[in-house]
Design a protein around this ligand. Structure first.
Ligand code: FES
Ligand SMILES: [Fe+2]
Length: 445
């Protein structure tokens, strides 16, 4: 780092990571522009705005954004900033409205962003105001399987190219059923952690048997989850894959057992197994045999701040992150399964979730360490699995040999460098799409 703003924070040969990126205010300011100002950002889900004129208030980085569905059914992401003096034109979380009136002087916008009415347009402005140039600032919007993304960058690649081969894995959860998914929530809370710490944690299977030992023991005793041990993790055939900044962990399984999700227990397992078997013909048609039967998505992150399904890690300063935790469920799943997923998700990863408590305590300490002048002299060590990842014949992306590896973390910080050092999208590399997308599922569901 330095005055030239030339970021070199991860040493790919040793895995040493500069801690200053977790607390330095100038780095954070640069992130807002170079990462959150131009990456495709997950902002919500189509099911949050199902009807014409619905809106949902969300954020792109620190910027307040209104996700709207206009009268024609088209989605828009509009900066919640009146073009006059900057007042917010929406003050609530969601609703249904054809227009948004600014409560300062009354400028009124249509839900597609156009400025429609200005009090005193003839008298105060002498009919000289160019309303057509004063609509709400609009981001580009695209959806993947109902998940809505937006970017401020006109020169960004398509969302399809941005997700690249990561979609090959993501499809196995988010693009599984013909009827798509629905988002429940969100639950929101603030934590004194840097946003990158929890994104990097999405590929950290190493911490699970240690950090979550007590929570896992409770689950083993009360809901029958198999015990978690280091030995199991080290011997696991599961893997990590990395594509374009997106970190994937996945289970390589052909045992006909559904993917583990919070909400499964000895009481609900039979339901999940029946659902898995009943829907498998549809899933095979949509994803092809290999992905339907062999690939089970685990924890994952979508660059920069989309984590664990539909969960947003919204930056609120170098030392603060706002969590927005949704639960995504198959729209066509039986109510008992939706209920189990909703309760299980909150019990484990919500604000009071057992696993969340374990994780957040770690992230607070890791963030705090980066504020110490002495601590910053000593980089993080991310050397695990160096040299043990590469292309794989069956799985797209850069694939680790083991389930326990820091390969995805090293590549995440390298991707961070690529964004932070680039002047425009033309300087940000993208892996070509090479995976075979068997089956009928598309970007649109
Ligand atoms: S700030 Fe919105 S109308 Fe003046
Ligand atoms: Fe964890």
């Amino acid at each position: 780092m330095g005055a030239a703003r030339n970021y070199a924070v991860i040493d790919p040969a040793t895995g040493k990571l500069d801690r200053r990126i977790f607390s330095d205010a100038a780095v954070y300011d640069d992130e807002m522009e170079k990462i959150f100002g131009r990456a495709w950002l997950m902002i919500g889900h189509e099911s949050l705005v199902p009807a014409p004129d619905d809106f949902f208030h969300t954020y792109m980085g620190e910027d307040p954004v209104i996700l709207t569905r206009d009268g024609q059914g088209r989605l828009h992401a509009l900066l919640n900033m009146c073009r006059h003096r900057g007042n917010r034109v929406v003050r609530c979380d969601d609703g249904n409205a054809k227009r948004f009136m600014c409560t300062y002087h009354g400028w009124t916008y249509r839900n597609d962003g156009a400025l429609e009415y200005v009090p005193g347009e003839a008298e105060a402005y002498y009919d000289g105001l160019d309303k057509s140039s004063l609509g709400l600032i609009e981001a580009r919007v695209e959806s993947y399987a109902g998940i809505v993304f937006a970017t401020w960058a006109r020169d960004a690649p398509s969302l399809e190219a941005y997700l690249g081969d990561a979609r090959w894995y993501l499809d196995t959860v988010f693009n599984r059923r013909d009827g798509g998914m629905q988002a429940l929530g969100p639950m929101k809370w603030l934590e004194p952690v840097n946003w990158k710490t929890l994104v990097d944690n999405c590929s950290d299977n190493y911490h699970v048997p240690t950090s979550h030992l007590s929570s896992a023991r409770v689950q083993t005793r009360h809901i029958g989850r198999p015990p978690l041990s280091h030995e199991d993790q080290f011997a696991s055939p599961n893997r990590h894959a990395f594509v374009n900044g997106h970190s994937i962990t996945f289970r390589d399984a052909d045992d006909g057992v559904p993917r583990f999700v919070h909400g499964m227990s000895k009481d609900t397992m039979r339901l999940f197994q029946q659902y898995h078997e009943a829907t498998m013909p549809e899933v095979e048609r949509r994803l092809g045999l290999f992905r339907a039967r062999r690939v089970q998505l685990g924890n994952h992150s979508i660059f920069p701040n989309g984590i664990l399904g539909l969960r947003l890690a919204l930056p609120r300063g170098p030392l603060k992150t706002e969590f927005w935790h949704f639960v995504l469920v198959d729209r066509g799943a039986p109510d008992e399964i939706k209920r189990a997923l909703r309760i299980g998700s909150q019990a484990n990863n919500g604000a009071a979730g057992m696993f969340e408590q374990d994780d957040v305590d770690n992230w607070r300490q890791v963030t705090l360490a980066s504020t110490s002048r002495l601590g910053r002299r000593h980089p993080q060590d991310m050397s695990m699995g160096l040299g043990h990842a590469g292309p794989h014949p069956d799985y797209p992306g850069h694939v680790s040999e083991r389930y326990i590896s820091e390969n995805n973390q090293r590549l995440f910080y390298r991707r961070w460098e690529e964004f932070m050092n680039a002047e425009s999208w033309t300087q940000i590399p993208l892996d070509p799409i090479t995976a075979r997308f068997d089956g009928t599922a598309t970007m649109c569901g």
